[in-house]
Design a protein around this ligand. Structure first.
Ligand SMILES: Cc1cc2nc3c(=O)[nH]c(=O)nc-3n(C[C@H](O)[C@H](O)[C@H](O)COP(=O)(O)O)c2cc1C
Length: 322
């Protein structure tokens, strides 16, 4: 049977891809399909020059989209392999998924397909239920499969993180240029990209370990809620620190998040700690100094449901199909 995708299958695979998480829902990807090869390109028009100076976060989004391509392809019966920066002559090709022989749905990845549209970033309060150790191990395995590690923070480390967050949030509130960039993507009514106000969730009555992306901008219109006092925090790390490691981190993040969704867990992120060099360095030291933190993830069982941000149609991101 052919390794190539039919037109319908391309729609299935690319609509899975665009459901990936991306910083501020910028969706910084473009696609090209050539026979059994699906390329994900970084869209430089959709990057954040101030909040994501190095492009780390945008590369993570591309890696997450590539993982979703593999999950949908597995559901269609394709073995696949991910190559990062496969073509030196075309550095804009950030991730390439090669599809191989087709048979029954591929065990493992294909079982995550049902979670692709269920997974969403959840910034509301969490229930006070611990995550069972056996579920934590499944999440560890999901990240390991894609070459990343997970560090579950103990209470001393969480307390260190709280102090770092207070300092970083203070920096953020006084950086007009960054706030201006953020508000081109966050708040108000938005349907195709960016994060609309209703997806931000309630603002915490007391300081909580959740990032308030709105940073006081639209706060008059937001409800308030009491948040959990001490959520589980897990940091996704890589051994290397370069664009290839960021894409691999994105694939690991997405595999871990889809696995978490299958256990009805929900996550949000504290990316501000990684966007400034000083807290990122402090966090690296907190984790032993040998790995690079790529995502700081608050994870648990959601106490309510919240609206989700929308997506552009996958056809708007398909540059070439031949
Ligand atoms: C690299 C990266 C960094 C992110 N940082 C944050 C963050 O600091 N705070 C937050 O609330 N959401 C963060 N997000 C989540 C995005 O806002 C979210 O994925 C996007 O709005 C799409 O929404 P969805 O995940 O609900 O589909 C981040 C996502 C990625 C991939």
């Amino acid at each position: 049977m052919s390794h190539e995708l039919t037109a319908d299958e391309i729609g299935i695979v690319l609509s899975a891809a665009v459901h990936a998480p991306s910083i501020h829902n910028t969706q910084p990807w473009r696609f090209e399909v050539q026979g059994p090869v699906i390329d994900v390109l970084l869209d430089e028009q959709r990057m954040l020059p101030l909040e994501d100076v190095s492009g780390r976060a945008a590369h993570i989004g591309v890696g997450a989209a590539a993982l979703n391509v593999r999950v949908a392809a597995a559901m269609l019966g394709h073995e696949s392999r991910l190559a990062v920066h496969p073509d030196p002559a075309r550095p804009e090709v950030t991730a390439r998924v090669f599809l191989f022989g087709r048979s029954a749905p591929i065990a493992g990845l294909s079982s995550l397909y049902g979670e692709v549209t269920r997974r969403h970033t959840y910034r509301g309060p969490l229930l006070d239920h611990p995550i069972p150790a056996q579920v934590q191990r499944q999440l560890d395995d999901a990240a390991h499969y894609e070459g990343a590690g997970l560090h579950w923070l103990d209470s001393a480390a969480r307390s260190g993180l709280r102090t770092m967050l207070r300092q970083t949030d203070d920096l953020e509130l006084h950086d007009e240029d960054r706030l201006h960039e953020r508000h081109t993507w966050i708040g108000g009514d938005r349907s195709l990209d960016g994060v609309p106000q209703n997806a931000l969730g309630p603002s915490p009555v007391r300081p909580a370990l959740v990032r308030d992306l709105d940073a006081g901008f639209d706060s008059a219109q937001r409800s308030q809620a009491v948040f959990e006092t001490d959520p589980s925090i897990v940091v996704l790390t890589t051994r290397d620190e370069d664009a290839t490691a960021w894409v691999r981190a994105g694939a690991a993040l997405q595999r871990m998040l889809l696995t978490a969704t299958s256990y009805d867990l929900a996550a949000s992120f504290l990316d501000q700690l990684l966007e400034h060099p000083e807290p990122r360095y402090q966090l690296r030291e907190l984790l032993g100094g040998r790995t690079w933190p790529q995502m700081v993830i608050r994870i648990g069982y959601p106490a309510q449901s919240l609206p989700h941000p929308g997506r552009r149609d996958w056809r708007d991101s398909l540059d070439r199909w031949f």
